[in-house]
Design a protein around this ligand. Structure first.
Ligand SMILES: Nc1ncnc2c1ncn2[C@@H]1O[C@H](COP(=O)(O)OP(=O)(O)OP(=O)(O)O)[C@@H](O)[C@H]1O
Length: 452
């Protein structure tokens, strides 16, 4: 599979890198009771943080995750970045490859909420030291300088590149610029996936919009950009390609931002004329805990929204896309490659043909002696029994040349299985499927000779 295939102008080619989630659940163990009882004596309970999350994030697109506090936005980013401390079930794939800590370290960068920057250094110095620490040692001084300048340009930090960052006592660059420096540090490694936990928190509306515009530009260069956000302005909402709204750890909407209002309108929740759609629908997905009745009513509404979304064509469409992109291609590529490899193994084919030809010769010699009378019936039955067993005995003979090929197939399988490219079942299924045409051909030949 190709990697980044989005061009610099934002134009997309067919094979975009994607991050797919399929029925992801995230649970943590909670210990209830006083701490001095220790982990063994305290009552353990399973806390469900995320339930049945299916989503697709594509390169070139920016996705915002929203929801009230505690809805599971940060936890979803944690799952995507393999930073969880509980049990994650379901599948998360990057480009049809199941994610692992190693893969995520290579492909993704995570920008946390807090900006931890050394106050006495300038923006350029901070980025240069970060580049020396993060980039491989074979980068020359000149390469580092070029990369630092590139991220400075990308994040629009040119005017402050030689200013000190500053801190609480001595003021330096602004809050928005500090955020952009933090993001620029992560961009040094040219990640394919950029995850940002509430990047606009603490910024005024104008600075927040400017920051999101920069992230849109970064996404257009072929990155997958996913961020969590609280109450974005409506002009910021329009910048997002996709929106995911979470409540109680479940999705109530995941899809294109332009489809958000039509989707909720069909459910009977149109957006009031002058309201910000995101504010309105995040409110709709929130639990009001001020009183029993309010809590009961809002809980009921949220569960209804979750059920509606689970039955929606939007989720069905995402589900189909994720299934298609994760399971089918790997199966078919595994099958196709095995087939091409085995097809080109001439000795394998020669043996198969020789076995079939030898058996046909025996059969013909035997059949020629048979006559059309009562005594030959027993011989004919014996011949048919023999023909049935030829497939299994033939396979044992054919296994001799196949075994010479097995070590390489086995080694490739172990490597790719460890990399999470496919499961054992997929590989065995591909191996069996590739044999079907050969088996059909040889069975047809044998049956035809037997019949005539
Ligand atoms: N390791 C953990 N152990 C126990 N509970 C956890 C753990 N991680 C998350 N949670 C709980 O899961 C829920 C979701 O947390 P999360 O931080 O993902 O919410 P959020 O939507 O990002 O909230 P906020 O907007 O306030 O940051 C919360 O109730 C939180 O307490």
């Amino acid at each position: 599979m190709g990697d980044t295939t989005v061009n610099m102008t934002g134009g997309e080619s067919e094979d975009l890198p994607t991050l797919n989630l399929l029925h992801v659940h995230y649970d943590v163990k909670e210990y209830i009771g006083p701490w001095y009882k220790g982990a063994c004596l305290r009552h353990k309970s399973n806390k469900k943080i995320l339930r049945d999350i299916t989503a697709q994030f594509k390169a070139g697109e920016i996705t915002a995750l929203l929801g009230n506090s505690g809805s599971g936005k940060t936890s979803l980013l944690d799952v995507l970045s393999c930073r969880t401390n509980g049990g994650v079930s379901g599948k998360v794939y990057y480009n049809n490859q199941e994610i692992s800590k190693k893969l995520i370290r290579q492909k993704a960068a995570y920008v946390m909420q807090a900006d931890r920057l050394l106050s006495k250094l300038t923006v350029r110095e901070i980025l240069t030291y970060a580049a020396y620490l993060r980039l491989p040692g074979n980068n020359s001084k000149k390469d580092i300088k070029i990369k630092v300048q590139k991220v400075i340009n990308d994040m629009g930090l040119n005017t402050v590149s030689d200013s000190r960052v500053g801190g609480l006592i001595i003021r330096g660059i602004s809050g928005g610029e500090r955020r952009r420096v933090t993001i620029a540090i992560q961009l040094l490694q040219d990640p394919k996936i950029l995850l940002l936990d509430e990047p606009t928190t603490g910024l005024d509306c104008h600075t927040a919009r400017h920051l999101i515009s920069k992230l849109v530009e970064i996404a257009k260069r072929g990155k997958i950009v996913i961020l969590t956000i609280h109450q974005p302005r409506s002009d910021i909402f329009r910048l997002f390609d996709n929106v995911g709204i979470l409540s109680l750890g479940e999705m109530i909407y995941f899809g294109m931002s332009k489809d958000l209002v039509p989707y909720f309108t069909t459910l009977g929740y149109p957006c009031p004329q002058y309201a910000n759609p995101l504010d309105h629908y995040v409110d709709l997905a929130s639990i009001d805990r001020r009183g029993y009745e309010e809590q009961h009513n809002t809980m009921f509404r949220v569960h209804k929204l979750i059920d509606e979304y689970l039955d929606s064509p939007i989720l069905q469409d995402i589900n189909d896309k994720v299934m298609f992109e994760t399971l089918k291609p790997r199966y078919s590529f595994s099958y196709r490659r095995l087939f091409v490899n085995l097809y080109r193994e001439r000795q394998n084919w020669v043996f198969r043909i020789l076995v079939a030809a030898a058996y046909v010769a025996v059969m013909v010699a035997f059949l020629l002696r048979l006559q059309d009378n009562q005594t030959s019936i027993q011989d004919r039955i014996g011949l048919y029994w023999q023909s049935v067993s030829v497939a299994s005995f033939g396979s044992i003979i054919i296994a001799v040349p196949t075994f010479s090929n097995l070590p390489s197939i086995r080694d490739v399988f172990y490597r790719e299985y460890r990399d999470g490219l496919y499961s054992i079942v997929t590989f065995i299924a591909a191996y069996i499927v590739h044999l079907i045409p050969v088996q059909i051909m040889s069975t047809l030949v044998l049956s035809a000779v037997g019949y005539w």
